[in-house]
Design a protein. Structure first.
Ligand SMILES: Nc1nc2c(ncn2[C@@H]2O[C@H](COP(=O)(O)OP(=O)(O)OP(=O)(O)O)[C@@H](O)[C@H]2O)c(=O)[nH]1
Ligand SMILES: [Mg+2]
Length: 345
């Protein structure tokens, strides 16, 4: 899974990226520091893994991962090629979700598009550019299929989407329409998590509540990544930052994207995986290896909560908590699965 970080120039995108990935990508006080995108992998924090490790006596634990993509800042006119423009919009077409970071910290040394702080204005500038880039793409497609009698439905749908986007409103779509539009990779339709980059100790501005933004002290978080884990916890306690902001960001991304976690256990190797909610166990098998999906026979399943409840795999087996499921079983959050398959080649 890939998530793209967008925002105006110089708002802290790379600082957030570094905090998330414990990276050292270049951060400067001037805009357009990032030119080539930074890509980094982040482990999804999951306290269940530790508990499971003990219960199953696993020797190796691999958490699920998310990939973050940090790109150049967007400016007014980006969709028309201003700033570093269009090329970066293309880079985020492929991501599954967007983290839109907005500047809420004040610092006279760090240039911003205007002397005042106005997060709503900033969000609207970026969203307008995303919508304009989408409109251009839709327009091109409409011209192409205009005379195709078989594309009438699609043409109608595109017209409706274009109308909504030009009004700055999200279009109302049913499942089938969403499916048709998937191939377009429209930026405006991607699930978006808004992040307010706050000055130390500040709270989220009231006006950002309607965007359901989460607040992060990005600079502090990135600096704290340099500390050992125990010191970070102590530092957090002293500063009164309760919940770890970055973990929350990752958790919220899961919620936003409708993702669940399942676990596999194979020869004492425990591993967490990410899956869209509603998928079958056969599809889950495909995430691990395409051979497992093709040759799927059955799976042995136990849910995390049941296992923790009884305390061991042996007891779980005695109590009948370990179930055999067929290919259509819908995987639930926290399922621990072992897949039986045959090689089809
Ligand atoms: N005071 C303060 N400065 C911050 C904060 N977050 C980032 N900065 C500073 O803002 C400047 C820009 O940060 P970057 O992370 O490079 O911003 P960016 O959005 O990636 O910038 P571009 O790649 O140039 O678009 C750096 O000097 C950061 O140290 C913050 O929360 N508070
Ligand atoms: Mg940057």
């Amino acid at each position: 899974m890939q998530i793209g970080i967008v925002g105006l120039p110089n708002v802290g995108k790379t600082t957030l990226f570094n905090a998330l990935t414990r990276g050292h990508a270049k951060v400067e006080i001037y805009p357009f520091t990032t030119i080539e995108p930074n890509i980094g992998v982040v482990e999804v924090p999951d306290e269940r893994l530790e508990r499971l490790k003990e219960l199953i006596e696993a020797c190796e634990v691999t958490p699920a991962t998310i990939e973050f993509l940090d790109i150049a800042g967007l400016v007014k006119g980006a969709s028309k090629g201003e700033g570093l423009g269009n090329q970066f919009l293309a880079k985020i077409r492929e991501v599954e979700a967007i983290v839109h970071i907005v500047r809420c910290f004040s610092d006279p040394n760090i240039a911003h598009i205007a002397p005042d702080l106005n997060p709503i204005r900033d969000i609207e500038i970026v969203n307008l550019e995303l919508a304009l880039a989408d409109l251009e793409l839709i327009e091109k497609r409409r011209e192409k299929i205009e005379k195709d009698p078989e594309a009438k439905e699609e043409l109608k749908l595109l017209g409706r989407v274009a109308e909504s986007l030009s009004k700055g409103e999200p279009p109302e779509l049913n499942e089938k329409e969403k499916e048709v539009l998937k191939g377009y990779h429209l930026l405006s339709l991607k699930p978006t998590l808004y992040v307010a980059n706050l000055s130390d100790g500040e709270k989220i501005p009231e006006e950002l509540k309607k965007y359901r933004a989460i607040g992060i002290y990005t600079k502090l978080e990135s600096e704290m990544q340099e500390l050992p884990e125990e010191e970070r916890a102590q530092f957090r306690a002293e500063l009164g930052i309760g919940e770890e902001g970055l973990e929350r960001l990752i958790r919220e991304s899961y919620r936003l994207l409708g993702l669940i976690t399942f676990f596999t256990l194979e020869r004492k190797k425990l591993r967490a995986w990410t899956l869209e909610d509603g998928r079958s166990i056969r599809e889950a098998a495909g995430r691990i290896h395409s051979d497992m999906e093709k040759g799927f026979i059955k799976a042995e399943v136990i849910n995390y909560s049941d296992l923790v409840g009884v305390g061991s795999l042996l007891k779980a087996r005695e109590k009948g908590f370990l179930r055999i499921e067929g290919k259509d079983y819908r995987v639930a959050e926290g399922d621990i699965i072992t897949i039986k398959f045959h090689l089809t080649r």
